[in-house]
Design a protein around this ligand. Structure first.
Ligand code: ZN
Length: 292
């Protein structure tokens, strides 16, 4: 699933490709993608004649901004956008087509069909699901070490599932949580309330730096991209632990291990991310559950 750096990369490319274009009509080929309004005909009718102003982002959601309307789109597993001319053949799994009045089309393709689109007025957008419960943007100025600690530090939840929960900090998924926890030297099974002050500082810096560097690199090689200008992200070459099971740790040389934490495959270096002794029973149990 694309995370903040990948969605941000799609946002930037999409913004270059569709900002200023006027929607002539919309074809919905798979109604289930459209979550709001309930009828795909209403969705299409509401978008007719609208001009796209900009494409923005909130967490892992794309926000296609028009006058008096916002289209909120989540790519989920494999959703992707592409801009085509209207005479180009329509690829299979293309579910929604935005026909522009300049003869081009924005096409949404999604093999897994998990992606969603919601249409809102600007007043509704942030007070209704799915955007109403989102936490803080980790690359915004408002995301300070104090805010980070305030929101998370008293929780008794394990730190990895907590970082994945979009109600606290948005945009982090399995890849960047593993990377940030490794960079900070924190075991993913630690509970938030067990982290010491210097560990919060390291984790805060690691979250910011990892995401910022990944955005800079265009995200990690992703399945969600915009064709035309859609270069693949390059950050997968810089990943330190994710996807590197059995490879030597870049810091200490010990083999990277893969565990399951909160149901998610998790990459760690057990010497750089030690688990305090009282939790070692859990660690053994955790390894037994590793079937991936
Ligand atoms: Zn190591």
């Amino acid at each position: 699933m694309p995370e903040l750096p990948e969605v941000e990369t799609v946002r930037r490319t999409l913004n270059q490709l569709v900002a200023g274009k006027r929607i002539e009509r919309v074809t919905v080929r798979l109604p289930r993608i459209i979550q709001r309004p309930s009828e795909p005909e209403q969705f299409a009718a509401a978008l007719e004649g609208r001009t796209i102003r900009t494409v923005e982002r909130r967490g892992k959601f794309l926000r296609i901004m028009m006058e008096d309307l916002v289209l909120v789109s989540h790519l989920r597993m494999e959703g992707r956008y592409g801009v085509f001319t209207q005479d180009e053949p329509i690829e299979s799994h293309t579910h929604v087509i935005f026909h522009f009045d300049d003869g081009t089309e924005l096409r949404y393709k999604d093999v897994r069909q998990f992606g969603t689109m919601h249409l809102f007025t600007p007043e509704e957008e942030l007070v209704l699901p799915p955007l109403n419960k989102l936490g803080i943007e980790p690359l915004d100025d408002g995301f300070t070490l104090n805010v980070f600690k305030e929101r998370l530090a008293r929780r008794t939840t394990r730190i990895k599932p907590l970082l994945l929960n979009q109600e606290y900090v948005v945009g982090l998924g399995n890849i960047y949580v593993d990377e940030a926890l490794f960079t900070a030297g924190i075991h993913p099974e630690r509970t938030a309330d067990s982290l010491k002050r210097p560990e919060w500082a390291r984790l805060y810096e690691a979250v910011r730096a990892t995401l910022a560097r990944a955005v800079e690199a265009g995200g990690s090689s992703i399945k969600s991209y915009v064709n035309g200008q859609g270069e693949m992200g390059m950050f997968q070459h810089e990943l330190l632990v994710y996807g590197r099971k059995n490879e030597p740790c870049s810091r200490c040389g010990r083999a990277i291990e893969k565990l399951v934490v909160g149901g998610r495959g998790t990459h760690i270096c057990t010497s750089c991310q030690p688990l305090p002794k009282q939790r070692s029973g859990n660690a053994a149990e955790m390894k037994m559950h590793d079937r991936e």
